[in-house]
Design a protein around this ligand. Structure first.
Ligand code: MSP
Length: 468
């Protein structure tokens, strides 16, 4: 691997960022930071951004009584602020209302139209604004959308442009079966494979009733379907940002299972039609619930990343999110569980270890300390190549636990003179290793620990994690 291009979904700006958006974005940040160290800063392109068109966003702006552009500018700012706070190191933040993006969307659509892959048809269907799509009969239960049971479905009949997805689907299937692009973990690959095999219908890719969107280039009475507009961000960014063309195609696209269909099929179909290189890996992670319930506005259980970052510190939150459950699975989170884990792994675990060793080494000359043994690095790399940041952190915390135990067994505070110095010096390379290993996950904490043990004498440690 020579370059690494990683993307997150671009998030809808109908509402403020919540902890689900932070989850994917923090994970992407870990991969980007890891590969920057390995490949060099210039070899990594990390893209995130906001999805700003469509009915959902237009409705939110209307409810807020604001002009849509003013509204999306405001929420996009909130996303940028949230990512800055969480130390997200994206190279570019794309917004779909950027005219340079919309120009790419129009160009691509025109190409598909010229190839005869887009056709005008009369369409009648049930549209779910929550999903931003027409539902198929299997997705409707008792007249409601399965995913948005509180929302009324909108019966719509309009002239739409259709993308001949059914014609492209066999090529997508073949590409997936040949591993021209991979969908991971394997259960998600199975899921998309069987959905494609079950039959694919053409999809409507334009709307007449939604004016908040990109105009269809050959027929300005239509706007481009928000999903087609949004998916193209991954490509348009490489055109917009200087010197990023050669980063095409993405090496890793992170998303959750809710949007697998669009990424695993629609997106690939468009790229195949354009004869473009396909992304290498789509990694589909799970969804978390809060205290056993779906996170939702109506339940009032939405966790705000900013509030959690206040409680646990930015690195504390990053750690808690990444280790809550295996990356790829569904899981449940709660403030209570976070509190317990924070105290155990961060305040008592890492924080306590650093202060214990720093205290022991207060008067010790560190100039002769050997370089850290890095036998665990391969395991971390392996875990990250398998897209398991949780496992990588498990390796590091295994080492932290082992070090703690060694201190308890050694009881170096009972030793004196040469013997004590020797013992204490033996811990320093391990602490330096821990600092380096946590860097992609917890960059600020890594820097703080490095500062303590980097010189010839120990620097007084800043408090890392206050006990709750
Ligand atoms: N705008 C589309 C994506 C377009 S990408 C070309 C969209 N936006 S979204 O704001 O709804 O974000 C969905 C994504 O947010 C999920 O795929 C996932 O990455 C993240 N998550 C949102 N809620 C989540 C959980 N409860 N749990 C885990 N991830 C969650 O869909």
């Amino acid at each position: 691997m020579e370059k690494f291009y990683v993307t997150t979904p671009i998030y809808y700006v109908n509402d403020r960022p919540h902890i689900g958006h932070a989850y994917t974005t923090v994970a992407a940040d870990v991969f980007a930071r890891y590969w920057r160290v390995k490949l060099g800063d210039d070899q990594v392109f990390f893209l995130t951004g906001t999805d700003e068109h469509g009915a959902k966003v237009a409705q939110a702006a209307e409810t807020a009584g604001e002009d849509p552009q003013v509204f999306v500018d405001k929420i996009a700012q909130e996303y940028m602020r949230a990512w800055e706070k969480l130390n997200i190191s994206h190279n570019y933040f794309i917004r779909t209302t950027d005219p340079r993006h919309t120009a790419v969307v129009q160009e691509v659509l025109q190409k598909l139209y010229d190839q005869g892959l887009i056709e005008k048809r009369q369409y009648k269907g049930m549209y779910c604004v929550g999903c931003e799509k027409y539902l198929t009969s299997t997705e409707i239960k008792d007249g409601k959308c399965e995913l948005h049971p509180n929302a009324e479905l909108v019966a719509q009949e309009e002239e739409n442009y259709f993308l001949k997805l059914s014609e492209l689907a066999p090529q997508v299937l073949q590409a997936l079966e040949n591993n021209d692009y991979r969908v991971l973990p394997k259960e998600r690959r199975e899921e998309i494979l069987s959905r494609i095999k079950a039959g694919v219908e053409d999809i409507s890719i334009s709307r007449t009733g939604v004016s908040w969107g990109v105009k269809v280039p050959w027929d300005e009475t239509h706007t481009v379907y928000v999903w087609v507009d949004a998916l193209l961000n991954y490509f348009s960014a490489t055109q917009i940002v200087k010197n990023k063309q050669e980063f095409w195609a993405p090496d890793l696209q992170l998303l959750a299972k809710d949007i697998l269909w669009f990424h695993g099929l629609v997106w690939e179909a468009i790229l195949i039609a354009l004869k473009m290189k396909l992304p290498k890996d789509l990694f589909v992670h799970g969804f978390f619930s809060i205290d056993g319930q779906k996170m939702s506005k109506s339940l009032g259980n939405i966790l705000e990343p900013m509030e959690l970052a206040e409680r646990y510190g930015v690195d504390g939150l990053r750690y808690l999110l990444l280790t809550a459950f295996a990356f790829g699975n569904d899981g449940d989170i709660s403030v209570e569980k976070f509190d317990v884990k924070y105290n155990a792994d961060l305040a008592n675990g890492l924080g306590n270890l650093v202060s214990r060793v720093a205290k022991l080494a207060e008067d010790v000359d560190l100039s002769g300390v050997a370089k850290a043994d890095d036998s665990l690095d391969a395991r971390i790399e392996e875990a990250l190549k398998n897209y398991r940041p949780d496992e990588a952190l498990g390796v590091i915390w295994g080492e932290i636990g082992a070090l703690d135990k060694r201190l308890d067994d050694d009881e170096p505070w009972k030793l004196v003179g040469e013997e004590r110095t020797k013992k204490v010096l033996s811990y320093i390379p391990r602490l330096r290793w821990v600092a380096g290993a946590i860097r992609p996950f917890m960059p600020e904490t890594a820097a703080k620990i490095e500062k303590v043990f980097a010189g010839d004498t120990v620097a007084r440690p800043e408090a890392l994690f206050q006990r709750l």
